[in-house]
Design a binder for this molecule. Structure first.
Ligand code: MSP
Length: 528
């Protein structure tokens, strides 16, 4: 059931290196979702940001001989620049070093202490600095390897505060009873089997071995553990606990708002166990949905800054355009499964969907309307033959399934349906053979009907694709004589284009020479 309002968040990224297309993947998905909701008239607040504390950041800054804040400011600027280049429409950008955020973390810690949710103890375990995570003996195995990143872990012991995870187990179990909360469901099963069933260990929520974190007011030796710090970004960005908390009331407290976190599979535990527990301890509402996407892999495994097998989105945007990169990311990886980036698939995807299917359809239709109808889109008359009828019936079905699938965050699938509709229209051209109809004056009405149907399908397709194709859709409206675009509410009106004059323009997407472009992208990757 659609709520009135949406709050959608990406994880906040560690700005410890250059952003890569793995980061762009999650941010693009959320952006597409937010744009689609706004397009359909819903209010949507979209948050992203950076997770700036922790030992790794402190060490990296030191390595570069920079003061930590200066180091981070430079890195964060790179993330922000990328989001601008990718036309990400976030409403806010939260940084965990901002005062508005640090205050919240300190307040929360005080509440935890008062409420007896945390206690002072000591921690001994295997610590992975790049992942900022402690692991148990079983998890690191005989070789003492971090189960997440595969690097060697260190044995560490320190005084630390612990969060009583079992105190909120009942709330967590109740949360898990709702089948819609964690998607895909296998992630929930994984959490239950790996962490909950064997018995939750209390979570270490403070550190004393480094300083770059939110200081715990009650005990100056400690800073908040990065994950406790980071998770609260979702609340601090809305002004939770401050005088200025309208956004919090509107997008978190109000049941009319749906709270959606989109995350990568590697951080499921934090979002589906500790985060709901922290919120329960504070007696706050729990998120409605945690959507877990798969990772975009390279041939040699997970793309990661630390492995150095990263593809940067910038040169791809420069060469192929922002819409192409946005489309590839939304389409290529089916939500919930892992995907693999290969130059071949990237080029193929553009050629098949954007050049052949969408681009060709628009080019052919506009040229035919110019040639056969003096450039004027004929009146959309009701059904002339079976094929018109079929194409016509696909439109409302596509709109309906697009809306339902997007509401369910089946983002990739929603757009596959749109491309299927465009594919159907391309086939319709072959079936109707307008070039033959044009030779027979008695078939003029039929020919006009074909042109009107094609123009209408293109219009609907362009509108449905607008959340991804932020530049191309408006070029299509212009070609259909709609200089100012069209409101979503109007797309069901098949007479909207009657009598408008088409404008011939260059192909929307130039065809890519597969061998040449694959070579180009491989070169980019090698340079990295
Ligand atoms: N800072 C934490 C998140 C805190 S959220 C309260 C973090 N940062 S991260 O930069 O390492 O990762 C951020 C997100 O990017 C994660 O969801 C992670 O899954 C995602 N990705 C990192 N590499 C990725 C791919 N190669 N492919 C897809 N997503 C990837 O974890």
């Amino acid at each position: 059931m659609n709520k009135k309002r949406f709050y959608i968040t990406t994880p906040i990224y560690y700005p410890s290196g250059e952003p890569h297309i793995g980061h762009a993947y999650c941010t693009t998905l959320c952006d597409v979702f937010a744009r689609a909701k706004r397009m359909r008239g819903f209010e949507c607040y979209f948050l992203t940001g950076t997770d700036e504390h922790g030992q790794k950041i402190e060490q990296n800054a030191l390595k570069e001989g920079k003061d930590t804040q200066t180091y981070i400011d430079e890195k964060v600027a790179v993330f922000k620049k990328l989001w601008t280049a990718m036309r990400i429409s976030n409403d806010d950008f939260i940084r965990t070093t901002q005062e508005r955020h640090m205050k919240v973390v300190q307040e929360v810690f005080t509440k935890f202490l008062k409420n007896d949710d945390v206690y002072l103890g000591s921690y001994e375990g295997w610590y992975c600095t790049p992942c900022e995570s402690f692991w148990t003996d079983t998890q690191v195995g005989e070789n003492h390897i971090c189960p997440d990143c595969g690097r060697e872990v260190k044995r560490e012991k320190e005084e630390a505060y612990f969060f009583k995870t079992n105190k909120y187990l009942k709330e967590l179990e109740k949360y898990y009873d709702n089948p819609d909360v964690i998607y895909p469901l296998n992630r929930k099963t994984e959490m239950i089997n790996t962490f909950i069933k064997p018995g939750l260990e209390d979570l270490c929520v403070s550190r004393t071995t480094f300083k770059w974190g939110v200081p715990i007011r009650e005990n100056k030796e400690h800073v908040a553990y990065v994950w406790l710090d980071a998770l609260f970004n979702y609340l601090s960005a809305l002004g939770y606990g401050s005088e200025n908390d309208e956004l919090y009331k509107k997008f978190w407290e109000d049941p009319e708002s749906e709270i959606i976190h989109v995350i990568g599979a590697d951080i499921t535990r934090f979002h589906t166990i500790y985060w709901p527990e922290f919120l329960s301890a504070l007696n706050l509402r729990l998120p409605d949905r945690v959507f877990v996407h798969g990772l975009l892999m390279m041939k040699d495994g997970k793309m990661s800054k630390s492995k150095g097998n990263v593809v940067s989105p910038y040169p791809l945007i420069d060469r192929y355009g922002v819409d192409t990169v946005r489309y590839y990311l939304t389409r290529e990886v089916v939500f919930g499964s892992d995907g693999q980036f290969t130059p071949e698939q990237f080029v193929e995807r553009i050629n098949v969907d954007l050049v052949n299917n969408l681009g060709n359809l628009v080019k052919r239709t506009v040229s035919m309307i110019t040639k056969y109808c003096d450039g004027i889109i004929p009146e959309f008359k009701k059904v002339i033959n079976e094929l018109d009828k079929e194409l016509e019936s696909i439109v409302p079905l596509t709109i309906e399934s697009y809306e339902n699938k997007l509401d369910d965050l089946h983002i990739t699938e929603a757009f596959i349906d749109v491309f299927n509709m465009l594919g159907r229209a391309n086939k319709y051209i072959e079936e109707m053979a307008p070039w033959t109809l044009a030779k027979d004056p008695s078939k003029k009405e039929e020919l006009d009907s074909v042109m009107a149907h094609l123009a209408y399908v293109i219009l609907v397709g362009a509108k449905l694709l607008e959340p991804i194709l932020v530049e191309t859709s408006s070029k299509i409206y212009t070609q259909l004589g709609l200089e100012n675009g069209i409101d979503y509410k109007e797309i069901k009106d098949s007479s909207r284009l009657n009598g408008l004059k088409v404008v011939n323009m260059d192909a929307l997407f130039p065809r890519l020479d597969v061998a040449k472009e694959v070579e180009y992208i491989k070169d980019l990757m090698a340079k990295k």
